[in-house]
Ligand binder design. Structure first.
Ligand SMILES: N[C@@H](CCC(=O)N[C@@H](CS)C(=O)NCC(=O)O)C(=O)O
Length: 174
């Protein structure tokens, strides 16, 4: 998802004047956001990309100002000089491309390693994030009859998918 940020000229809750030209909207506990922060910190881009919480900047994820940046109302989102990007992998691909000459490349050295890197990312998006709530969510699916058993099953799955994402569940994987 890429667009010119519709909310950029609006003030949101936070004063627009203090918003940097390039901002990653994220909170520290977000695993999706952490992927982007790793690239920002690894490349030393902190002086070029500010990191702000959606709450501080807009009053929350579902506020109109933030929805204009990311219509999904999720974190992370990047406003890069008016270009709005959502989805952590898409944001990272942009950062790695845009700042290819700054710091570590974050691109694996061979086609085989790049394939493994993409696989880890895909497994995270498709199979880990969909059940990660079993680690901290109370409701609704983990309540009532069968709730505890489902949580136990998802925790087992989570463990398995972590192995899959690092290829250690695959014979011959490393
Ligand atoms: N596929 C998205 C997932 C984004 C996502 O689900 N973010 C979570 C935080 S880790 C979020 O914003 N949750 C709040 C909500 O859905 O209301 C990505 O890779 O960025």
């Amino acid at each position: 998802m890429a667009s010119v940020c519709r909310g950029r000229a609006r003030s949101g809750r936070g004063p627009a004047a203090v918003r940097a030209a390039n901002t990653l909207y994220d909170v520290p506990v977000s695993n999706n956001g952490a992927r982007c922060r790793i690239v920002i910190y690894g490349k030393g881009l902190e002086d070029q990309i500010a990191i702000q919480t959606p709450s501080d900047a807009f009053g929350g994820l579902k506020e109109p100002g933030y929805l204009a940046v990311n219509p999904q109302g999720k974190m992370p989102a990047l406003d890069f000089g008016g270009l709005c990007l959502a989805e952590s992998e898409t944001i990272n691909e942009f950062l790695v491309d845009k700042f290819s000459d700054v710091g570590p490349s974050f691109v694996a050295a061979t086609p085989e390693l790049r394939a493994k890197s993409r696989l880890a990312s895909r497994v995270h998006d498709m199979y880990l994030t969909t059940i990660q709530g079993c680690m901290y969510k109370g409701a609704p699916v983990y309540e009532g009859d069968g709730g505890a058993a489902l949580r136990a099953e998802h925790i087992k799955q989570l463990d398995y998918q972590l192995d899959v994402s690092t290829c250690s569940a695959v014979p011959g994987g490393d």
